[in-house]
Design a protein around this ligand. Sequence first.
Ligand SMILES: *Cc1c(COP(=O)(O)O)cnc(C)c1O
Length: 217
Amino acid sequence: MSLNEITTRITAAEVAAGRAAGSVSLIAVSKVQPNERVKSVLDQGQRVFGENRIQEAAGKWPEFRTQYDGIELHLIGPLQTNKARQAMELCDAIHSLDRPKLANTLARLAQERGACPDLFIQVNTGEEPQKAGILPAESDKFIKECQSLDLSIRGLMCIPPVEEEPSLHFALLAKIAKRNGLDGLSMGMSSDFESAIALGATHVRVGSAIFGERVVS
Ligand SMILES: *Cc1c(COP(=O)(O)O)cnc(C)c1O
């Protein structure tokens, strides 16, 4: 599939949901993709990208930023506290704020830098033990905790369990966001971004449908 097809499908989903065309931000997930594929998508005009590992992001995006204007980089994978500073320097948004220790570190660095990327709190909507994210039952408390640290929370993020109907998880995430007065929703990937948009996604994270299957070396 091409970038063009995906943006067309996003617009159709926005309109079908009675939402303004262009209200959903497409994050092109470029992790593990060869640089030529990323360049080709940059050349087609895409400027918002997602990476799940800070090391990999540091290896490729500073160079692309010197070649293309207006790049916006989103960290969508787990963040270790000792990489928080690097993540803040490199990224415009972090979608994986998932524990008090990381919130404290980000708050301290934000004070020090006088700036902070957009932050999304990751919620483990499927309550999967191996998956990152704050549990739904603890999310209201954690959101308030982050806000009391003066972190400006853009919204919530989830990755539904692979075996389950994703729309149930999207609806749960939307409900938690709404009762906490948050309007950013980072949800929906290649196979389910249209249903995420129907349920209020503001940011969809689409990788393989744009770039092709990831080549695992
Ligand atoms: C890899 C990844 C995506 C993109 O997945 P696709 O199925 O390739 O669209 C989205 N979100 C996260 C957190 C990811 O790690």
